[in-house]
Design a protein around this ligand. Structure first.
Ligand SMILES: Nc1nc2c(ncn2[C@@H]2O[C@H](COP(=O)(O)OP(=O)(O)O)[C@@H](O)[C@H]2O)c(=O)[nH]1
Ligand SMILES: [Mg+2]
Length: 207
């Protein structure tokens, strides 16, 4: 058996309300050979969120210990809470040839770009301010103030769109999903990876 070609690392960032979680979920459902890294966070689980599945939920104290131990590949404070990607979570999978997605913010993306310049980074925009407001409105139970706060956070995250390699607009979900898949497929076809994967064929054709 030949050693596996190393997997590609992707970052998906977006303001809350752009539909990032749904896109990642659909991508993973369709492609069993893609994984998303499970981050650590100090925020409280929301209803339906499971520890170890959506996030590893930890206390601020535990999070700081992990920082001190050097366990994080990247970490950031995102608005009120801490979030981080553990090194171990991604290295094993990349080495096994698995493509890994990080659902992280622009601050994390900056750190990963420094450490792994070959990372492919993707930013998702919502189709309009009106649609974003509709999506952030939730069930319409939140106050105008809460919604205005979410809109301000979304604007602040969106202002970093130009630091990314790819820019998607999530207007039609299926279109955005197909675009995301194309990015993954194009990355798999890059020369360096293909030279390794197709080594036997290339040697045979050129001998
Ligand atoms: N830097 C960094 N950001 C993260 C990490 N995990 C999640 N985030 C980001 O933190 C933000 C808040 O995530 P979350 O609490 O799930 O709320 P959401 O806005 O509903 O997705 C999003 O922009 C996530 O991409 C991480 O490990 N590192
Ligand atoms: Mg999320």
């Amino acid at each position: 058996m030949t050693s596996a070609t190393r997997g590609n690392l992707f970052i998906l960032s977006a303001p809350s309300g752009a539909g990032k979680s749904s896109l990642i979920k659909a991508l993973l459902d369709k492609h069993q050979d893609i994984k998303v890294s499970v981050s650590h966070t100090t925020r409280n689980p929301r209803p339906g969120e499971e520890n170890g599945v959506h996030y590893h939920f930890v206390s601020v104290e535990e999070f700081k210990q992990l920082i001190d131990k050097g366990d994080f590949f990247e970490w950031a404070q995102v608005f009120e809470n801490y979030y981080g990607t553990s090194k171990q979570a991604i290295e094993t999978q990349l080495n096994a040839g698995i493509d890994v997605f990080l659902d992280i913010d622009w601050q994390g993306a900056r750190q990963v770009r420094e450490l792994m310049p070959e990372v492919k980074t993707i930013f998702i925009l919502p189709p309009s301010t009106a649609e974003l407001e509709k999506r952030l409105n939730g069930r319409g139970q939140d106050s105008q103030e809460v919604i205005a706060g979410r809109m301000a956070e979304a604007k602040s995250e969106s202002s970093h769109y130009n630091e990314f390699d790819y820019l998607l607009v999530n207007d039609d979900f299926d279109t955005a999903l197909a675009e995301l898949e194309h990015i993954v497929i194009a990355a798999r076809l890059e020369l360096k990876a293909q030279q390794q994967r197709q080594q036997g064929l290339i040697e045979d054709l050129l001998k």
